[in-house]
Design a protein around this ligand. Structure first.
Ligand code: IDP
Ligand code: MG
Length: 138
């Protein structure tokens, strides 16, 4: 089975949506391999989103993602990366399909409730960013 990384973003975590979102994620056939809550420093969020460096939304995104608690989750499923992107829906919650995580729990493009890895290569990098080998059980 494939693995992907999900992040529940600060506003969604702060509004106590983690439980409902996990419910939807598990109902969609994903298994939770590992989960932790943390606050990321600006340096950590900057490096996590370094691919977007220079884009107009980069700075506010880095500020936002380091402004509160996030939940980092390693998910397992066949075709996990692509299937989780589908479950999340479009980046803009207003464009995301109604049953999707962003459609249900997102507020704005920045505060769109959830991050999901966009490729298998990035999933492996992002999982290693948050989790040590001994924190993942197969
Ligand atoms: P994704 O999360 O759907 O993969 P990306 O283009 O990788 O979308 O952007 C990363 C994150 O940056 C988005 O989830 C969103 O929170 C934020 N973002 C992207 N585009 C914009 C924008 O135009 N305005 C504000 N925030 C944005
Ligand atoms: Mg992305």
């Amino acid at each position: 089975m494939e693995k992907t990384l999900a992040l529940i973003k600060p506003r969604a975590f702060n509004e106590n949506l983690l439980g409902s979102m996990l419910n939807d994620i598990c109902d969609a056939g994903f298994y939770i391999l590992s989960i932790k809550t943390l606050r990321m420093t600006k340096e950590q969020t900057g490096s996590f989103y370094s691919i977007h460096k220079g884009k107009p939304f980069y700075k506010p995104l880095v500020e936002y993602m380091s402004s509160g608690t996030v939940a980092a989750i390693v998910l397992k499923k066949n075709n996990a990366v692509e299937d989780f992107r589908k479950l999340m829906g479009s980046t803009d919650p207003y464009e995301a399909h109604k049953g999707s995580l962003r459609g249900k729990y997102g507020l704005t493009t920045r505060k769109n409730a959830v991050h999901g890895s966009d490729s298998l290569e990035n999933a492996n990098k992002e999982i290693a960013f948050f989790f040590a080998f001994g924190e993942l059980f197969y």
